[in-house]
Design a protein around this ligand. Sequence first.
Ligand code: FDA
Length: 305
Amino acid sequence: MSSLARKAILSLAGNRFVTRVMTRHGLKIGAGRFVAGVTLQDAVAVTRRLNDEGLAVTLDLLGEGVTDRDGARAMAEGCAGILEAIGREKLDANLSVKLTQLGLAVDPEAAMENMVYLQDIARQAGIFIRIDMESSDVTDVTLDIVRRLYARERNVGTVIQAYLYRSPKDLEELARLGMNVRLVKGAYLEPPSVAYPKKADVDAAFRRLIAQHLSAGCYTAVATHDDAIIAFTESFVKEKGIPRDQFEFQMLYGIRPERQRELARAGYRTRVYVPFGSDWYPYFVRRLAERPANVWFVLANLMKP
Ligand code: FDA
């Protein structure tokens, strides 16, 4: 999508009237396709439905702009509730978290403390926690916290972004530890001094990272909706004889759901990233800005009687 159209959507979405209407009615008129709902109960119901279709899930409690310790602690409590629900309801699911939600911007040690709290709950319930990767100004501190957590217990992993020039080296270090890593193209606006500006270069880097981590014998989550990358992974694992329990595909809730089911039916472990929570609006706007077809989908729902 052109950056002009993207900016137009982001600016319209920021309009106060649009925000008020959307936050009040949005889940009914389209946002519900990308967000599982407002409550944990909503997310559990969606997870169960996806599990019944043969899809694993990673749950994400939405919430942005945590600026104090109380907000970070409240987020940690929300995540603890998710871990408890996964155990109690026997869901095929794990948890994805962002360290900025757990206080990274306030004090990295506060984020570490909150993660230790969650890691201990997850250990008791036998659940894995994925630490999402955010913008490049927090890559170092995120990797540092991930390594410290991994030294305590191996039930955590993180994400490496193909667009960053530094990623092959970071991935090599994580492979030395034997870490389960999710590989993605990268979602933040980064300068050309740190990230490939061209899509073709990002795609090529993504393929190299997939080959690198799988060849190192490490568990690899290939998170993409891109058929060319999926096809590359399929042929790479076939050629190298990499077993199916060493990797999985991941996609976002509501994006290419048919393809998700198709991959699961083909016998690939496939996991859906399921976001939920009252602070769903900014996440939803980013999904719209990524792709014009999604805007038409919402407008068409608005026109329905
Ligand atoms: P690309 O953007 O090239 O899209 C390929 C095709 O997928 C498109 O042509 C279209 O058909 C379809 N598609 C893509 N987006 C769509 C949309 N919104 N609606 C409908 N169709 C769409 N990033 C990050 O920086 N840190 C992280 O921790 C994560 N975590 C993460 C987890 C999971 C499970 C996923 C799937 C993605 C992430 N990402 C992420 C986001 C990632 O970096 C990337 O921005 C998106 O996945 C889009 O890139 P694709 O690989 O899908 O390819």
